[in-house]
Design a protein around this ligand. Structure first.
Ligand code: COA
Ligand code: ZN
Length: 306
């Protein structure tokens, strides 16, 4: 595996879905523009879910056709069911991400389906996407622990991954939805999966609830994973998974990767501009674990300039 890492920015979806006030579509597009300016090339731009379940995503059908079409920029749309698939494709999506949780309770709370129903719906949609030439990712949510059921047996995650690949998923995303994974567990999980499937078809999605987001990312990197979800400023959380804090911050992840010699194509200065846009549109003070370091560097520079 090479040293190129793809950062899939999920701030616009995972990051904003829990935000209590509706953010105008133009503001979402401004955030996207700033992230493109920073060099990010892959986005989970929105979700085609029930607007009753997640009002923030009610503009998915307006937003998607307005995404700037540029070379090498890929947009993915999260979908919970076949209706979401149809809405996404009608709005111009060429890549969809399905969501399936590893436990009965989270499926029920998140998408109002049993695990068995969710698996069947994923299979139906994956098959349909394949015949219609739409790229797919299947997320296994709560893969490292569930807010309702606690520990998740890794054998369940392996079995669901097998089912999703067998049904035609191009990629399977392992999601630590509430941020309870630890690096030893992540290493074990990906070691097993990479023993069976190409690392290029697997991706990792971590939340930073317990300050282990970067350590977990590194554990996945060591197993050959080169695709990671993250969210600008560490925005995020799932309204249906209590206890989840934000995704790993894109700037934390990119800083670690760039410092370690991986090729992300993403600039830290550009991300800092994007954080300012994210702060403006959410009226929140944002920033990952690296924020204090950035602030100290700014102070030093200002003092040196005086
Ligand atoms: N997009 C928009 N509307 C949808 C939809 C979709 N993908 N799927 C269903 N609906 C609508 C139906 O048309 C119906 O509308 P109506 O009340 O006007 O007739 C209503 O939602 C209920 O449909 P039903 O199939 O019974 O859905 P439900 O109430 O069981 O909810 C989901 C199921 C999956 C639609 C809902 O739980 C959901 O959107 N969950 C997503 C949660 C999420 O985004 N979590 C975070 C990301 S993982
Ligand atoms: Zn998430």
């Amino acid at each position: 595996m090479g040293d190129k890492v793809i950062i899939n920015e999920v701030g616009l979806r995972d990051g904003l879905q829990i935000h209590p006030h509706f953010i105008a579509t133009t503001d979402k597009l401004a955030l996207l523009d700033s992230l493109i300016g920073a060099g990010v090339t892959s986005f989970e731009a929105t979700s085609f879910v029930s607007p009753k379940a997640v009002p923030q995503m009610a503009d998915a059908g307006d937003l998607f056709p307005r995404l700037p079409q540029k070379d090498r920029i890929a947009y993915h749309a999260l979908i919970p069911n076949e209706k979401g698939y149809e809405r996404a494709v009608a709005a111009g999506a060429r890549s969809v991400a399905l969501v399936l949780a590893a436990t009965e309770t989270l499926n029920k709370r998140n998408i109002n389906m049993s695990l068995g129903e969710a698996v069947e719906i994923c299979k139906t949609v994956l098959k349909r996407a394949r015949t219609e030439g739409i790229a797919t990712r299947a997320y296994i949510a709560a893969a490292c622990g569930c807010p309702y059921e606690g520990a998740v047996d890794l054998s369940v995650v392996y079995a669901l991954t097998d089912e999703m690949f067998a049904a035609g998923a191009a990629d399977v995303g392992i999601a630590d939805t509430i941020g309870v994974a630890n690096p030893a567990q992540v290493a074990r999980l990906f070691k097993t999966l990479v023993g069976k499937y190409p690392a290029a078809r697997l991706s990792a999605h971590f939340h930073d609830t317990r300050a282990m987001g970067l350590a977990n990312s590194w554990a996945a990197l060591e197993q050959g994973i080169r695709r990671f979800d993250s969210s600008i400023g560490g925005l995020g959380g799932c309204p249906f998974a209590p206890g989840a804090s934000g995704n790993i911050a894109t700037e934390d992840l990119v800083f670690m990767l760039n410092e370690s010699g991986f090729e992300t194509g993403v600039s830290i200065d550009g991300l800092r501009d994007a954080i300012r846009v994210a702060e403006r549109i959410t009226s929140k003070h944002l920033g990952g674990r690296i924020a204090a370091y950035f602030a100290s560097q700014d102070k030093r520079r200002a003092a040196a300039a005086e």
